[in-house]
Design a protein around this ligand. Structure first.
Ligand SMILES: N[C@@H](CCC(=O)N[C@@H](CS)C(=O)NCC(=O)O)C(=O)O
Length: 212
């Protein structure tokens, strides 16, 4: 399997799950400014023009972060990254994956890269925060009495949530009123696999705009 990623982008979630899985995988770093990896046009791999993408065998590409996370979970069933299909845990994990993808991920990144639909201004940054804060508070509440999102065990949506808590820091929103999320972020950073991945990925991807 080969993961196409950009440092610190949402591809961080499948990267963490791959590392946690202890499976053999390869990485291909994509430059989101040029949409190239090595000297190749990344749009040939993923015409949607974004990361993550996971090549599961030559020419067979999966996209969409939540789907890739579920695929990795299914490929390493002994790790319990997702419950058995149809179980209560499974449906809760599906709900969180969808919630993070639609309510947080896409609301979060809008203003911070050239070419996105909101200009990169102070006002945009405040608008984004107003939009995501109630959603973050809901998760903060959920984490009041448990360490992980579902059944108090690390699972696929936790890897995705870490992308968001990592962005909260990177975009300097901080964790005011979100103390349980801050503790969650610490728990994630203490995981061996997460430390490996952060070390491997290095500095966040955009050089044009440090807030991207
Ligand atoms: N719907 C996609 C969205 C992926 C996405 O927005 N990826 C961002 C990075 S977090 C990206 O590569 N954007 C392209 C760009 O910034 O040029 C998913 O859920 O995986």
């Amino acid at each position: 399997m080969k993961l196409f990623y950009a440092s610190g982008a949402s591809s961080l979630a499948p990267h963490i799950l791959l590392e946690e899985s202890e499976m053999v995988y390869q990485l291909e770093r994509v430059n989101l400014d040029t949409k190239k990896f090595q000297d190749t046009d990344y749009n040939l791999i993923n015409p949607k023009s974004y990361v993550p993408a996971l090549e599961i065998e030559h020419g067979n590409i999966l996209t969409e972060c939540a789907v890739i996370l579920e695929f990795i979970a299914r490929t390493s069933p002994d790790k319990s990254f997702m419950g058995a299909y149809g179980s209560q845990d499974y449906w809760e994990q599906r709900m969180w994956l969808n919630y993070i993808a639609t309510e947080l991920h896409k609301n979060f990144i809008s203003p911070f890269r050239n070419g996105n639909w909101l200009p990169n201004t102070v006002e945009s940054k405040q608008l984004v925060y107003q939009r995501v804060l109630p959603r973050l508070k809901l998760i903060n509440q959920k984490l009041a009495n448990q360490s992980w999102l579902v059944n108090n065990q690390f699972s696929a949506p936790d890897a995705y949530l870490f992308v968001i808590t990592n962005w909260l820091q990177r975009l300097e929103y901080g964790f005011d009123g979100l103390e349980n999320l801050s503790l969650f972020d610490h728990r994630m950073r203490n995981r061996h696999a997460v430390q490996n991945v952060l070390r491997q990925e290095g500095k966040p991807h955009s050089l044009k705009d440090d807030k991207a």
